[in-house]
Write a protein that binds this ligand. Structure first.
Ligand code: FAD
Length: 473
């Protein structure tokens, strides 16, 4: 298909009622393809780029294998954990035994100060009580008020659609949270998970994140991340799992149109070939989905164009020596947000490679590298004394301008579910109505939902293992 030869190939060899094409090889599409194949459907997965993994991928820079952006997940991300198991990658992206986030604050004139957000082996909400009680970045009064706001948050009903219309920042202010408490706690977590500051975030999505991550199960917020390049998981291992499930995967294959044919099934057009299928899962970003959706498939297709996007910037610094002894930390009182040690994962043999993950990066996403270098290297020296005498061997940035959908108030009513009005056509993607912000978890959940809906139409039974993560939740 990728050699440019033209053919009119249909899946004549495949029994009718059992074929599906999945468009988009990000986590949503990979999940949908695996789920459909596991249920006995003949699946073709089409990805426009040369690799699978969508927004969570790796590339080579000389000897270094670089992730386009640092990705983490939480223990409560049961669908993504199921996905890791399904591709046999869970051991390569382990979870912390127990939540422990070092938080370095540079705001105080007397110098940097280390605090920790960690949990104790106690029931919710006591599991965080001791850590918050001694959290040095907030006053005693602020800490007490955080406890009260957390209880109020816990009482919110996530099924209440009015939450989506409100912004989280105003809700926090109305619940006694100072600007400092927002910066040192709510935004510390919220910006990284929602990709927006509290004032720009839907209360519904923020409540979902905090209730699920911090106020459900004691271990829910334990952090996991890939100890290998993301491409090892989302491309190589995913590809292996797809191959053994019998999925035909085609990369460098961009779909140009999706339409019904006279037999009542679907035609999927790629350069040089028309594929036919009984079901199609459109697992591309919202704008691409809008452009590919046939007329009448959604009541309000223009809603997809109203879902905004938000950028994430990653700043990559390679030092000639070790400057950080922890696997990661978060920072306050500096433009630096979260810093991860990527040395081992990247294959670097000498020195240390740090990746700075800068979410909600609207103000910096287009800044020249020289400007970012001037801004971030001195900040790293303030945060990490060992960086002061170190030589910077490499400095570069990765920019993802449309990293996530913008979690703005009102976005909930714009996100469609997996089913469309066109029989046999389904939507997937982190931006669809999963209830989650734009995360790997949301992408996997959307892929499962789309596959589930398609299986119903195709008359295939749901494979039980597909929904195990719901029970684990
Ligand atoms: C820098 C960065 C940091 C992030 N950090 C985190 C994090 O820490 N934790 C977390 O959980 N999430 C994080 N995310 C979000 C997460 O990566 C995404 O939510 C998730 O990967 C989206 O998956 P998806 O399958 O829905 O969409 P995508 O990954 O966008 O996949 C869609 C795929 O469709 C393909 N496609 C588009 N059009 C066509 C076409 N016409 N034909 C064929 N193929 C097509 C695209 O090439 C793409 O591969 C981050 C994202 C970025 C960019």
């Amino acid at each position: 298909m990728t050699d440019g030869t033209r053919s009119e190939r249909t899946h004549d060899d495949i029994p009718s009622g059992r074929t599906a094409v999945v468009i988009g090889g990000g986590l949503a599409g990979i999940t949908a393809a695996l789920a459909l194949a596991d249920a006995g459907v003949r699946v073709t997965l089409l990805e426009g780029r040369p690799r699978l993994g969508g927004l969570a991928f790796s590339f080579q820079r000389g000897d270094l294998t670089v992730d386009n952006g640092q990705h983490v997940y939480l223990r409560c991300c049961t669908a993504y954990r199921w996905f890791l198991d399904r591709i046999e990658g869970a051991e390569l992206a382990p979870l912390q035994n127990r939540l422990d986030v070092p938080v370095l604050d540079l705001a105080k004139p007397e110098g940097r100060r280390l605090g920790r957000l960690r949990r104790d082996p106690l029931p919710v909400p006591l599991h965080l009580g001791r850590s918050l009680a001694v959290y040095p970045h907030l006053s005693l009064a602020e800490r007490a008020k955080i406890g009260r706001a957390a209880l109020a948050l816990r009482g919110l009903d996530l099924a209440d659609p009015s939450l989506d219309a409100q912004d989280f920042g105003s809700w926090l202010a109305a619940h006694g949270q100072s600007a400092r408490a927002v910066e040192a706690l709510w935004d510390l977590v919220g910006v990284a998970t929602l990709n927006a500051v509290a004032g720009d975030a839907s209360l519904g999505l923020a409540a979902m994140v905090f209730k699920t991550g911090l106020l459900s199960d004691p271990g829910a917020a334990d952090i996991g991340w890939a100890h290998v390049p993301l491409g090892e998981l989302h491309d190589r291992l995913a590809r292996k799992a797809l191959d053994s499930a019998g999925v035909r995967t085609e990369v460098r294959t961009r779909v140009t149109s999706v339409s019904t044919n006279e037999n009542g099934s679907w035609n999927v057009q790629v350069p040089g070939e028309t594929l036919t299928a009984d079901a199609v899962v459109l697992a591309v970003a919202q704008r691409e989905a809008h452009d590919l959706l046939p007329a009448g498939a959604l009541d309000a297709p223009e809603n997809l164009l109203d879902i905004g996007t938000a950028p994430i910037l990653n700043v990559h610094v390679v030092y000639d020596r070790t400057v950080l002894t922890k696997p990661f930390f978060a920072a306050l009182g500096t433009p630096v947000q979260w810093v991860f040690d990527r040395t081992h994962a990247s294959g670097l043999r000498e020195g240390q490679y740090l990746a700075l993950s800068q979410s909600a990066a609207q103000d910096e996403i287009d800044a020249p590298v020289a400007e970012l270098r001037e801004r971030y290297l001195p900040e790293l020296e303030r945060l990490l004394p060992a960086a002061r005498g170190a030589e910077v061997k490499d400095f570069f940035v990765t920019r993802e301008r449309t990293a996530t959908f913008a979690p703005t108030p009102g976005v909930g009513r714009l996100r469609p579910g997996a089913r469309t009005k066109a029989p046999g056509l389904y939507l997937a993607g982190a931006w669809t109505a999963t209830g989650w912000p734009a995360t790997m978890e949301s992408a996997v959940r959307s892929g499962v939902s789309a596959a589930d809906a398609a299986l119903g139409t195709l008359g295939r039974p749901r494979p039980r293992h597909l929904f195990e993560f719901e029970e684990a939740a």
